[in-house]
Design a binder for this molecule. Structure first.
Ligand code: 6Z9
Ligand code: ZN
Length: 262
């Protein structure tokens, strides 16, 4: 597959050349602004199952060259959507130590320090992520806006292993933990139809972006923003992995449903 990056000759302006959907409609992220919001009283709290993973369960923490990801067991799932959506992986987007603004979505044009995405696929209709990834009802992603503030013990459950995956392709096993501890309150969120924010940018994602943020400490943020490289360990020129966020895309005629009243 064609390589892509967040800057330079293979940066996001060039993605559509090899990944046509990246130049299409229903793209993510977006600027979430008040004029787009419509309260929807049918939007109840997000309902999660099996998010509390026992420490005996080993999770794979990996550097895939674009982000740090944790692979998740498919018994973790969301039951409050039109279909059952099973977890596949979670990953992060961030800025850099010098410019700690790296969220993909913005709210009233405020960009946050980072953003976490928990990627799920419609396990009622499709056998796995690969089949679901390009279907209009294939994916559901939970988005969490991250701010710098209080230390997060939950994030440290995997951040403390990050120096074991400095280079692209490196993986380590980490003990299971309660993934729900990485999330804010589940009853207030934005909901809209969008896409993957990386190539191939399929418009296959039902987005749920939580209204409330979570915090990590500045030193936790700095270790996330400075520990990783998008290059392989043996590459002569190490390429730092940071600023891995796509800029907001055209909203067109889309509305953003909200589960809460201002
Ligand atoms: N922001 S985003 O759109 O949620 C988003 C990312 F930003 C992101 F970097 C990734 S990646 O880490 O896999 C790196 C390159 O795709 C994903 N992976 C998804 C979609 C691609 C296929 C696949 C297969 C198995 C598990 C997850 C995924 C991603 F969905
Ligand atoms: Zn993402």
């Amino acid at each position: 597959a064609a390589k892509w990056t967040y800057s330079g000759a293979d940066g996001e302006q060039h993605w559509p050349k090899h990944f046509p959907y990246c130049g299409g409609t229903f793209q993510s992220p977006i600027h979430i602004t008040s004029d787009l919001l419509r309260f929807d009283p049918t939007l109840g709290p997000v309902t999660l199952h099996n998010y509390n993973l026992p420490p005996t369960e080993q999770l794979t923490l990996g550097n895939n060259g674009h982000s740090v990801q944790i692979s998740l067991p498919s018994r973790m799932h969301i039951s409050s959507l039109p279909h059952r959506y099973s977890a596949a992986q979670l990953h992060f987007h961030w800025g850099s130590a010098s410019r700690p603004m790296g969220s993909e979505h913005t709210v009233n044009h405020k960009q946050f320090a980072g953003e976490m995405h928990v990627v799920h696929f419609n396990s009622e209709k499709y056998p796995n992520m690969s089949v679901a990834v390009d279907k209009s009802d294939g994916l559901a992603v939970l988005g969490v806006l991250i701010e710098i503030g209080e230390f997060s013990p939950a994030f440290d459950q995997f951040l403390k292993f990050i120096n074991g995956i400095k280079y692209k392709g490196q993986k380590v096993q980490v003990p299971g933990f309660n993934v729900q501890d990485l999330l804010p309150r589940l009853d207030e969120y934005y909901r809209y139809d969008g896409s993957l924010t990386t190539p191939p940018c399929y418009p296959s994602v039902l987005w749920t972006l939580f209204r409330n943020t979570v915090t990590i400490s500045r030193s936790q943020f700095v270790s996330l923003a400075t520990a990783l490289f998008s290059s392989h360990a043996q590459d002569s020129t190490p390429v730092p992995l940071n600023t891995n966020f796509r800029k907001p895309q055209e909203v067109d005629s889309r509305l953003v449903l909200v589960s809460f009243k201002e």
